[in-house]
Design a protein around this ligand. Structure first.
Ligand SMILES: Cc1cc2nc3c(=O)[nH]c(=O)nc-3n(C[C@H](O)[C@H](O)[C@H](O)COP(=O)(O)OP(=O)(O)OC[C@H]3O[C@@H](n4cnc5c(N)ncnc54)[C@H](O)[C@@H]3O)c2cc1C
Length: 352
């Protein structure tokens, strides 16, 4: 069998890359070992253009956010499924000082701010005595649902193999890659964190474990709003629970839910939520992050047909579509890949 691309992995990265390759009618096969704890399957899928204690626009928000909504909406239409849920994010102020800080600099973030409140707005549900801001161009992607529909389409089109790629069996030749009976012109690794990929083990990765609680509240919160301060509260309309997350742990990288994370999340939740709640589940995953917190995308320093699209970290939903477009354009049309994501920034670390 001869194809243009072998794609390793089927998560957010892979979906975005595959969809951009399809535009050029490239042939490909996706290999995935279907890890139920993969980052994409655990993620809450939130996309939020203004984050952090200082409420700053996230990196490249003006380019990433309009592109992501367009990308996932098109994918929904093509797969005849619903997984992008546009929502307003409400971020309550922490204090009067927090409110004053914001009021003195709203002009820098105004494209994403729908409204600013200096009085409580959702007191029946949360603690927002100092008001807060409402954000647009935000919401969440039901990543699991998207992956399921996407995989089903790939299976129908005979483009999906449910198998873990054995790195030892990949033969890289000058003009082609051989893997078992398959010959491909190129291979792209979208293999997420901790994959021990021998082609890219020189890249400075910094995987981060994250945990999320699933809770039920005594009464429903307003459906169209995601509350977000310290933790987010996200509900999929098809499910009867809220996701509350997430934690960050760099040292102990496993998939086990911990009491430490549970306490961190419930402490923050108690600072935000006024309603009684019950924890029904706790899940853990590992984010494929990098040391400089920028994606790891591009071409192997020596092997011209070996590529990586990884390092999406905490923001896979918003980073994947925009940079998959740049990445595919760089491979097919030799367009320049953004220097901040291009792995050539780390070529000096590579030795053959
Ligand atoms: C708790 C938590 C909460 C998160 N919340 C958000 C959020 O709200 N918003 C957001 O944007 N991001 C969030 N993220 C981050 C987001 O999940 C990641 O950025 C994104 O899913 C990474 O996608 P990926 O495709 O690179 O990796 P993955 O999802 O890990 O996919 C890689 C796939 O490759 C497979 N694979 C690996 N090696 C092989 C092999 N040899 N052969 C075959 N298959 C292989 C793996 O099994 C896996 O299925 C969260 C992550 C976690 C853990």
């Amino acid at each position: 069998m001869q194809i243009d691309y072998i794609i390793v992995g089927h998560g957010l990265a892979s979906v975005a890359v595959v969809e951009h390759l399809k535009k050029y009618n490239k042939s490909f096969l996706v290999f995935s070992d279907e890890n139920p704890n993969s980052s994409s399957k655990v993620a809450a899928g939130l996309y939020n253009p203004v984050t952090g204690r200082k409420m700053k626009q996230t990196w490249k928000a003006a380019e990433l956010f309009p592109y992501l909504e367009q990308f996932y909406t098109k994918l929904e239409n093509s797969l005849q499924a619903k997984f992008l849920h546009k929502r307003t994010i409400y971020r309550p102020f922490l204090s009067l000082e927090d409110q004053n800080d914001w009021m003195s600099r709203t002009e820098t973030n105004d494209v994403f701010v729908t409204a600013t409140y200096t009085k409580p707005n959702f007191q029946a549900y949360i603690k927002d005595q100092f008001g807060g801001i409402l954000l647009n161009n935000s919401g969440f992607l039901d990543v699991k649902e998207m992956l399921e529909h996407h995989k089903n389409r790939l299976v129908l089109d005979r483009q999906f193999i449910n198998e873990r790629i054995d790195f030892n069996l990949i033969e890289v030749q000058k003009e082609k890659i051989k893997y078992k009976k398959i010959e491909s012109k190129n291979i792209i690794f979208c293999d997420g964190p901790l994959s021990q990929n021998p082609f890219f083990n020189w890249l400075p990765t910094a995987p981060v474990k994250g945990e999320i609680l699933h809770i039920k509240t005594e009464k429903p919160l307003p459906e169209e709003i995601i509350f977000n301060r310290g933790v987010f509260l996200v509900k999929n309309p098809q499910q009867d629970f809220y996701r509350v997350g997430a934690t960050y742990e760099w040292k102990k990288l496993d998939y086990e839910p911990t009491t430490k994370a549970r306490k961190q999340l419930t402490d923050k939740l108690d600072d935000l939520l006024k309603l009684e709640y019950e924890i029904i589940e706790q899940v853990a995953g590992i984010r494929p992050a990098s040391k400089d917190r920028r994606p790891l995308i591009g071409n192997h320093p020596e092997l011209k047909n070996v590529f990586i699209f990884n390092g999406l970290g905490t923001k896979g939903v918003s980073l994947a579509p925009f940079f998959a477009n740049e990445f595919v354009e760089s491979i097919i049309n030799s367009k320049k890949l953004n220097d901040e994501v291009n792995i050539n920034r780390y070529y000096p670390l590579y030795s053959s």
